[in-house]
Unconditional design. Structure first.
Length: 766
């Protein structure tokens, strides 16, 4: 344990023995079907029970998969729309294990902090509210009423509402999110940081400034219709497995796929549809037609080089590359960009990207075939100091070709959490727009706070320096998801009270200084009964489709409250029963919450009726119609400097990423099958030549250090794995490596921690 108390800085090693084999060249197939059932079995489900659960997932009358935000196809009624990792997520929350008070009598928080994240998650679902008193090492059971009363009195005791922080993780339904932000703003603060701050914030900011809407512009049909799909900084085989079905369909329709990634991820190389016995027998589809193995953070250089080559091609055969009509009618700033590109040294850009010029020329040949080009991206682009710049270079590339707002073309930031996009639409935002707040004021008749609240990075800083004293989390695992784990632990421990609305135990619950309260809740797959009968909730997927999600499983415990009910009861205690709405009346029937959403949020009129249509409805997206919500209605070209990728001697650029056996901070197992890793998570992927130069052998035990800002951060005892990764680039897993990610290093303009670009030294462990 460190001086700051138990943190993930030194999580226990796994008991398994690490085994390393070569990375796989294709994703899914039969092993993924087997793995789905193994994970279900481990959580106590027989095969028939597992099939029953999985059949309800992502069906029009079922529950939305608690995994990723990839949309469901319209023909989903005809097939079981699940994937291996969706199955793991469903197994994890539908476990038969329960955490009752005997468990908490048996283990002190200090003993629990010594257990691995995998072990913590395996212990089962919370069944009743729990409280840790100042000085105590054991959680004790309390009633919800006592929990609400304690939290309410702590909130009322604050000198200012701005001393409270209300975090949200992106699983929260639209109904819960809407009530939550209404409660928080009525209480008097915009301190609503969320997981989006660490995730696609750079996309929201980058797109908002250039095309006037912070969401992607394409639909699933566009993916199927595209001629070129570029997948950048994303590992769909693991994190969005159902996307592979869409890519496969696009390929059958003639699309070419370009993958841009430092790693040859299995899901980018090949795919065997696990739902097709024919494919399992005969082999699947090659996914990427062209793989550009960019170095970490080489994307701005790569995109600039690509655009320079496109301009050359335009000069060679005018009219084939640029969409002059679109550019002059709908955009601003192209001449400045052209001038900027014309003076670039293409070879220097190609070297900075770490790819070959011949490969980029091949990319140009693929791209110029048609304007139907889509760029998909995820964390490999957003979690950089220049994350907003990355996104804006993608926009430049699409705009110059007029590849937006026509079928088969546009922007596709692939979201993470299943309702992270919906939470934002509902107002979970530390920087709400004036229009949104004006509307809140009109509908609810109170004066909402106008000054910006804290985002995730600012929230940690505020807790550290005492400006914030109460931390409330609607889901998530703040300690493990945020950067600089040791510092974040200190920040949380300085609070007078920590409150977690959670389904399962995680490391954030094990920090202790003063009061810590856990309010357990129903999971999305469970039946949610209120006064007016069984309720459903709604979510918005990555492509702006709002649809319903109805739980079908028996609740983990009959006494569990739903998230909307927890918010309502707490709000009633803090603000009063009718201030500014009849809180408990609202949760008797979620239609009433949806009626309020319909009144407040644009495009939700007739919400209750429209969301009952099978498949839900699309939210209006102006960029899809080439209407850009910028100050003058034009999309903006921007000039973004290429980052300086010079590395001090003896250092490496480290990206932190997910294994195939985890959901963010939730660890399902210690394997990463596609990358050939079994039985361990504390590994560092290195280039073989770098290993030779540093005199490190595969299997060597090493310590990783980062010295950003003159402060030493250490992650001890990692094992070196030789891997096809570009020189001077290394990869580790999140959250084990978060201790190395500096809090003060985040994306300009979006505050997204730069967790894909951490400069580290690697030295043999002593
Ligand atoms: N099963 C499962 N599904 C999930 C999640 C999960 O943990 N497990 N998490 C969900 C969430 S919240 C999110 S945000 C998404 C995350 O989905 P991803 O963004 O796919 O997740 P990461 O593992 O962070 O992978 C980042 C990818 O970017 C690449 N990369 C890293 N740095 C760079 C770079 O500089 N340039 C380029 N071009 N590529 C780079 C890495 O090699 C890796 O392939 O997945 C969601 N879905
Ligand atoms: N180094 C590094 N750090 C990263 C990232 C990275 O790539 N690298 N990725 C970032 C990204 S993209 C994201 S989105 C964040 C994720 O950050 P978070 O969203 O905070 O983390 P999760 O691991 O998704 O949260 C898991 C916890 O949520 C609770 N939970 C699960 N289901 C429910 C539910 O239905 N209701 C409620 N109330 N609680 C529930 C459980 O207690 C579980 O332990 O992490 C970020 N951190
Ligand atoms: Mo995310």
């Amino acid at each position: 344990m460190s001086e700051n108390g138990p943190t993930s800085a030194e999580p226990p090693e796994t008991d398994d023995k690490l085994k390393v084999s070569p990375p796989k060249r294709e994703a899914a197939g039969l092993p993924s079907v087997i793995s789905s059932f193994v994970h279900m079995h481990r959580q106590g489900h027989s095969i028939p029970s597992a099939i029953r659960i999985l059949r309800r997932m992502n069906q029009t009358n079922g529950f939305d998969c608690p995994g990723c935000a990839w949309p469901d196809p319209d023909d989903r009624a005809s097939l079981t729309e699940f994937c291996e990792n969706g199955a793991k997520a469903a197994a994890w929350e539908s476990t038969r294990e329960r955490l009752d008070w005997h468990f908490f009598q048996r283990y002190s928080i200090d003993e629990l902090a010594q257990k691995s994240d995998l072990w913590l998650g395996k212990q089962g679902r919370f069944t009743e509210p729990l409280m840790l008193r100042p000085g105590s090492r054991f959680y004790e059971p309390i009633s919800y009423a006592e929990g609400f009363a304690r939290v309410a009195s702590a909130l009322r005791d604050l000198e200012s509402p701005n001393q409270a922080i209300f975090y949200t993780s992106g699983r929260t339904s639209n109904e819960a999110a809407f009530l939550y932000q209404l409660f928080v703003r009525s209480f008097g603060t915009n301190n609503l940081p969320d997981c989006s701050n660490m995730c696609h914030e750079s996309s929201g900011v980058g797109l908002g400034q250039t095309v006037g809407i912070g969401k992607g512009s394409v639909t699933l049909d566009d993916i199927h219709e595209a001629d070129t799909i570029i997948v950048m900084g994303q590992n769909p085989g693991t994190n969005h497995p159902r996307m592979l079905t869409a890519l496969q369909k696009a390929k059958r329709n003639g699309a070419k796929i370009i993958a841009i990634n430092p790693l040859p991820e299995a899901g980018l190389m090949g795919f065997v549809n696990p739902k097709s016995p024919m494919q399992i027998l005969s082999g699947g589809t090659q996914i990427a037609d062209l793989f550009l193995q960019v170095q970490i953070n080489g994307d701005v250089a790569l995109l600039k080089a690509l655009m320079c080559l496109l301009l050359k091609e335009e000069a060679r055969s005018p009219g084939t590359v640029l969409d002059e009509d679109f550019i002059s009618l709908h955009t601003d700033g192209f001449e400045e960009l052209r001038a900027h590109l014309q003076v670039q040294d293409i070879d220097a850009l190609v070297t900075a990207a770490g790819v070959s010029r011949a490969d980029l020329e091949e990319a140009v040949r693929i791209i110029v075939r048609s304007r139907k080009t889509i760029v998909c991206w995820a964390m490999g682009l957003t979690q950089h100091k220049n994350g907003v710049g990355n996104v804006q270079e993608i926009v430049n590339f699409l705009l110059m070709r007029g590849s937006i707002g026509i079928p088969g073309a546009g922007t596709c930031p692939v979201r993470g959490h299943s309702n992270v996009q919906g939470d934002r639409t509902m107002g979970i935002h530390d920087r709400p727009s004036k229009a949104f707040l004006d509307r809140m004021e009109e509908v609810f008749g109170f004066e909402p706070p106008r000054e910006h609240g804290f985002n995730t990075v600012e929230a940690i800083q505020a807790m550290l320096d005492g400006r914030a004293k109460l931390f409330f989390a609607m889901g998530g695992n703040f300690l493990q998801a945020t950067p600089d784990t040791t510092l974040t632990a200190q920040a949380l421990k300085r609070c007078d009270m920590l409150v977690h609305v959670s389904t399962k135990l995680n490391r954030s619950h094990l920090l202790h200084n003063k009061w810590s309260i856990i309010l357990p809740c129903l999971a999305r797959s469970e039946i949610d009964s209120q006064a007016y009968g069984e309720q459903f909730v709604t979510v918005e997927n990555s492509m702006g489709v709002v649809h319903s999600s109805r739980g079908h499983l028996k609740p983990a415990h009959p006494g569990l409250y739903s998230e909307p009910a927890i918010i309502a009861w707490l709000a009633e205690k803090v603000l009063g029963p009718e201030v500014p709405v009849g809180w408990c009346w609202l949760v008797e029937n979620y239609d009433r919450i949806r009626d309020l959403i319909a009144k407040t949020i644009p495009d939700f009129e007739d919400f209750n009726k429209r969301v009952r249509k099978p498949g839900g409805f699309h939210l209006y997206n102006a960029a899809r119609e080439r209407k850009f919500g910028t100050d003058d209605g034009k999309a903006k070209f921007t000039i973004n400097p290429a980052p300086d990728l010079e590395l001090p001697e003896g250092t490496y650029r480290m990206m932190t990423m997910r294994t195939h056996d985890q959901y963010n901070t939730t660890v399902y197992g210690n394997d990463d099958r596609y990358r050939g890793i079994r039985g361990g998570r504390r590994v560092v992927f290195m280039n073989e030549e770098d290993m030779r130069e540093a005199d490190l052998e595969a299997g060597a035990a090493v310590d990783l250090t980062n010295d950003f800002g003159g402060k030493r951060r250490v992650a001890p005892r990692f094992t070196v794995v030789s891997y096809p990764i570009p020189r001077r680039c290394v990869g580790t897993y999140f959250p084990e490596a978060n201790v190395l990610v500096p809090l003060e290093r985040y994306a300009d303009g979006s505050f997204t921690p730069a967790s894909k670009d951490v400069v580290v030294r690697i030295t043999a462990s002593t």
